[in-house]
Design a protein around this ligand. Sequence first.
Ligand SMILES: CCC/C=C/C(=O)SCCNC(=O)CCNC(=O)[C@H](O)C(C)(C)COP(=O)([O-])OP(=O)([O-])OC[C@H]1O[C@@H](n2cnc3c(N)ncnc32)[C@H](O)[C@@H]1OP(=O)([O-])[O-]
Length: 719
Amino acid sequence: MAQYTRVSGSVGLITLQSPPVNALSAAVRQGIVDLMQRALSEPEVKSVVICGQNGIFCGGADIKEFGGQMSGPPLIPMIHAIEAASKPVVAAIEGIALGGGLELALGCHYRIAHSKARVGLPEVTLGLLPGAGGSQRLPRLIGVPAALDLITTGRHVTAAEALKFGLVDQITDHNTVNVAVKFAQRVADQPLDARRISTHPCLCPSDVAVLFEEVMQRVRRTARGAIAPIACVQAVRAAATLPYNQGMERERELMATLFTSGQARALQYFFFAQRAVGRWSMPSGARWDTSKPRPVHKAAVIGLGTMGRGITVALAQAGFSVVAVETQEKQLMEAKQAISGMLERGAKRRGVAPALDKINYGRNIQSVADVDLVIEAVFEDMALKKKVFQQLSAVCKPSTFLCSNTSGLDIDQLACQTRNPELVVGMHFFAPAHVMKLLEVVYGPKSSPLAVATAMQLGKKIGKVSVAVGNCRGFVGNRMLKPYLEQALFLLEEGATPEFVDQVLEEFGFAMGVFRMSDLSGLDVGWKVRLADGLAMPDPTMGQPTRLRQGRRYSPLGDLLCEQGRFGQKTGRGWYQYDKPGSQVAKPDPWLHSFLDEYRARHALVAHRIDHQEVLERCLYSMINEGFRILEDGIAAGPEDIDVIYVFGYSWPRHRGGPMFYAATVGLNKVLERLEHYYQAHPDVPSLQPCHLLRKLVASGSPPIQKWREVIKKVRSQL
Ligand SMILES: CCC/C=C/C(=O)SCCNC(=O)CCNC(=O)[C@H](O)C(C)(C)COP(=O)([O-])OP(=O)([O-])OC[C@H]1O[C@@H](n2cnc3c(N)ncnc32)[C@H](O)[C@@H]1OP(=O)([O-])[O-]
């Protein structure tokens, strides 16, 4: 909807009204078309201002409409009509002008923005391009290099940056609509020809062909298979090389291909999934909208290794007072230096002062006595963590929330060490903790909704996407990673090489294949866990065959490398070889290939040819199967939670929506059928056995992913 008022006698004010972000729904578009006609037909009206209600100009096209039949007046002719209007039209931009919202503003003759407004063309993040003339008008207004940057990244820019680009004509700290109305009065009689951006020549640098070549190469390298960024470059190239009308035609063709693509569907699903995880619920029935968080003013971090340092930086940067505790003097000194460096570099990038004074360092756990919330980040060792929780419980105020940054240990066992187990939750950060967006907030059986709500809100305040998950070994992310890693090792035993497995996974869109990734994070990390679990190094006197442990198939390949001191990048050797310890350039290692040959010979394994499809299906479907088990067990509330965890925490390609969305795209019956096939071939690998929920969903006719929760509820109630 849109509302019309006449202000100051001669200005027609059109206000977009479609909460929460004034998206350009069919009703809003119809409103704009009708009200523009009205303003142009009223002789008293000399100029027009377009604004949005509640301090928000416009969040762009209504993404909810994309999935269905589009109705109402289309955007392109609507914007053309505004640009062609005989009276000046001024956009009053408050809050945001994004996507179609900015394209609407580009159709206006003038743009006035509030100093706190942000503008951008984020269509690429939804698998689209600025297809309402944005790809053609923006380079004409701000030049090809800046337009390429904004359109291919989708980044939001501040009003100040927009003014520098010439994207807006004026910024103000005052009431934007009032300023725009006065401005509209001033320009009422001015000629409009030069203000119609579509008539401008495109501003190209002299070496424009080289620029496009370079940008295209960079975009192809970083897109990881996403098609929209490439189409964005092609559309801007059309603006630079073709007359406006032909450029618009090219924009339309490119948009048509993107609009119906699976990638656009996946990215739009993901947009809503990100928002859905904020509406968390627990099996007890506690929910985001009925559980109030308690404010946190002062927090503490215990243990300043890699994770503790990152968490301290994240908290300080967000303005929290932090007590950072490390009991070892040397470690404390090193941590202090590292944290200051991280804060200074971050502050320089963002053009602000480093938040060094937010942190108080200490060696004594007593120094956390008055904090509101503690995040323990000591070594991943249950005995040590239990001790820390006992100490914290004795030292802290009774109301202090006690959180653990464990990546998979039992939260309940930690809660049991404290006086107030209901205030204990897991806060599982991902390395580097001040950069990675994901936070798993883990509730145990005793965790209160208050503690979950508080941890979720804290996560949001420090810029994380927080997902509430239940308590089980590895929680959601690492639990699903286990069968994926396991399959990758089995594939090596059966004849694949690390290079081939990684190549297939990287072609799929992962930033790094599984072996390059484990070389980066260190093979010794998992080895220590397997040793603690009694999985690595079985006692040979027990007569256990090496490739069978605890009743199931086991690959000791990773353990064997660790026994040789091959821990990955940090030792210069792992699944690959590196020029020197710490180097990041992975090269195939002939030693490893002979080692695999010898290993196979020792275990009478005959290497067979493993193809692309088998690598993908076994690695991904076993992981997806575990995802269905997680849903069945109630550890994640819905498929969106799993998908958000995988995209933000495990570099799952966003344009594939996440593992559960991918399963829906492939077809649940196909996933089931292939799992059955592989389970038959490997009956000693339980993770390949299709789980009950997957079978149930297929039996229910493979409903769309948005309907899975209904089936999940039924399955859970039958258990
Ligand atoms: C076709 C021609 C070419 C044009 C293409 C386009 O314009 S493509 C579009 C280009 N535009 C974009 O890509 C902008 C996408 N939006 C954003 O980036 C952010 O929402 C924000 C920065 C506008 C506000 O951030 P924030 O943290 O303050 O708030 P929040 O994020 O929690 O959202 C609040 C609620 O609004 C909802 N909603 C939001 N936008 C839209 C929409 N366009 N549509 C529908 N709904 C939308 C959102 O789902 C949520 O609903 P819920 O869960 O409460 O039911």
